[in-house]
Design a protein around this ligand. Structure first.
Ligand code: ATP
Length: 579
């Protein structure tokens, strides 16, 4: 607030200099060119260095330059302060929107394209910034100018003042409808741009597939179709903007012509001096110019408003409420319990009434056909989703009641494809525990057999990975993922097909690393690979009637009923293997 007051103060100083600017000219016209000797607030200044014509001309010329310098200096300082405020507020909005977006539930991210979300955070926040900067650097000073020049015109003569004030509604009314149309066009344009960003991100994320199938042309077509949408909306916005200019010109010309006519009549009747008329015309121009530049801003504001709506729609999305469980131990025992758990992403349940208990230290392998809900069960334990019905409990506490931070400390996950971030290998391992010391990171890397291949890299664990962790093979990435999970040192470990897609040798190394990870922890895994299944102490087979129902031919009744392991498929308990 203090910074805004400073900005306004600077603008008022600039305004004062601007208001004084036409008076030296008026003084020259009236006193030097000898047209009349009317009252001029700067008259005494004109006599400062002598009353000769040359002295007065020189003083007037110097005053014009001096006033311009003073006005320019205040303009510069005002811009710095006001624009800086716009920049700062928009950075804060972007940070809030990003922080909120990251914390939205997985169900939100499932339905929102990554490119679309990126476009909102980058482009929409950018447009909000443009609007805020325009608000502080053009709108506020513009309104101040309009008000100041209108008051100055009124003080000069009420008739001039009325003409000036009459111009304001004329210009505003012409702009109102155009602004409405502009807002609609801007909204369509931003929506189309968001979809375009979604397309680009998707095709670039799948660029290997695009290249493998040589289907660049297909993506070109999709891109062109979306691009066409942005182009049409953009052209509409440009057309609306172009329509505004002639209307404004006419409104401005009407105001100037009225003043010229009334003022000229007054001068010929000797009511005012020529100098006064010049000052009045200059004030009218000073008043109308900001109105014109303000109405030019309507495009910026329309886009800013459309973008603000898109950011607000993110901020309006409810974040999952934090769990209220108190007095939890630092480390859970690791007992996991599914009681009557049904989970539906959309309408179709992915899991139905699942009852399953995993005792601390057990290693349960969930098996079953594709799409039966194995990964969904793991995601529920990790707290990524909340059950639609029933409860998943850890040490007797429902995951929905557990504080997120505590839950994340109890559960470490190794996924089918470990996602690595750009940064060093060590940074990626430390991701699970940012406060880990370099020694702990090195130990985790050693145990997960990351050191074996890191040694061959130019900077060992300090080797930088590319965007998305490019530069490592599938097996190597999984070993980094295991090191990450080892460093987390959580009592519960979830393994979601961590060896699928690896060749025999890579699998052997990953399984060796996993053996160290699973020791003395509760483990729930999904896998079809015998090497990993052998690590399990129990196998629970899910069946389609338990999980997502397949589409059935008409007339064939769907199965149902509560789920444990498939009753026809005896629970397979194997002796635990040593780490
Ligand atoms: N994020 C999601 N949004 C909507 N539906 C989903 C989502 N994830 C999974 N599903 C659906 O839920 C069902 C169960 O999926 P899930 O991945 O849990 O099965 P799975 O047994 O792990 O399969 P697979 O063996 O192929 O990995 C499937 O029908 C799937 O289409």
């Amino acid at each position: 607030m203090r910074i805004l007051s400073l900005g306004f103060g600077l603008r008022i100083c600039e305004m004062t200099a601007d208001l004084a600017t036409p008076w030296p000219v008026a003084a020259v016209i009236d006193r030097v060119l000898g047209m009349s000797s009317s009252h001029n607030p700067l008259s005494s200044l004109l006599d400062l260095f002598g009353t000769g014509k040359t002295a007065m001309l020189t003083t007037a010329a110097a005053s014009v330059v001096l006033l311009a310098v003073v006005s320019g200096a205040f303009d510069y300082a005002g811009d710095r302060v006001m624009n800086g405020t716009g920049e700062r507020i928009s950075v804060a909005i972007r940070a809030d929107a990003y922080a909120h977006l990251q914390r939205l539930p997985m169900s939100y991210h499932d339905r929102q394209a990554v490119g679309e979300s990126t476009s909102r955070i980058i482009t929409d926040c950018g447009r909000i910034k443009d609007s805020l900067v325009a608000l502080f650097s053009t709108l506020f000073p513009g309104l101040l100018s309009i008000a100041s020049f209108a008051v100055a015109l009124l003080l000069l003569d009420w008739r001039f003042g009325l003409i000036g004030l009459g111009c304001i509604p004329l210009v505003l009314v012409t702009g109102a409808r155009i602004r409405r149309l502009g807002h609609r066009a801007a909204r369509r344009q931003r929506e189309a741009e968001g979809r375009l960003a979604g397309l680009v991100t998707e095709s670039l994320r799948g660029i290997r597939t695009v290249h493998s199938f040589g289907r660049q042309d297909l993506h070109d077509q999709h891109f062109a179709a979306e691009s066409d949408g942005t182009l049409r909306a953009g052209l509409d916005a440009t057309d609306i903007q172009a329509r505004r200019v002639p209307l404004l010109e006419v409104a401005t010309a009407v105001g100037t012509a009225s003043l010229l006519w009334v003022g000229g009549t007054g001068v010929t009747h000797g009511w005012w001096s020529v100098g006064h008329l010049v000052v009045a015309l200059s004030y009218l121009a000073g008043m109308i110019n900001p109105i014109r530049s303000l109405s030019k801003l309507s495009v910026t504001f329309s886009q800013g408003q459309a973008s603000a709506e898109r950011i607000i729609s993110i901020l309006d999305e409810p974040r999952p409420s934090g769990g209220s469980c108190k007095n939890l131990p630092v480390r859970a025992l690791g007992r996991i319990e599914f009681s009557g758990v049904t989970m539906a992403y959309g309408r179709r349940p992915a899991l139905r009434r699942l009852d399953l208990t995993v005792e601390p230290g057990e290693r349960v392998a969930l098996t079953g056909p594709n799409g039966v809900g194995k990964s969904t069960a793991l995601a529920l334990i990790a707290g990524l989703y909340r059950p639609t019905r029933g409860a998943v409990r850890i040490d007797g506490h429902a995951t929905s009641e557990l504080p997120e931070r505590w839950l994340h400390r109890q559960v470490a996950v190794v996924l089918q494809d470990t996602f690595l971030f750009s940064g060093t290998l060590a940074d990626n391992i430390r991701y699970s525990r940012p406060d880990a010391s370099p020694r702990e990171v090195a130990e985790a890397a050693e145990a997960a057999l990351v050191t074996d291949f890191a040694q061959a890299l130019p900077d060992g664990l300090q080797t930088r990975l590319g965007d998305g962790g490019t530069g490592l093979s599938g097996g190597q990435r999984q070993r980094v993922g295991i090191a990450r999970a080892l460093l987390a040192d959580a009592p519960i470990v979830l393994l979601d097909e961590p060896t699928s897609g690896l060749d025999v040798e890579a699998e052997r190394l990953v399984v060796a690393a996993l053996r160290r990870l699973v020791t003395d922890r509760t483990v729930v895994m999904t896998t079809h690979r015998p090497a990993l299944l052998r690590m399990a102490t129990r196998e629970v087979r899910l069946t389609p009637t338990d999980g997502a129902r397949r589409k059935t031919p008409p007339g064939v009744p769907l199965g149902g009923g509560p789920l444990l392991a498939d009753p026809r498929d005896p629970v397979n308990v194997r002796p635990a293997e040593g780490g």
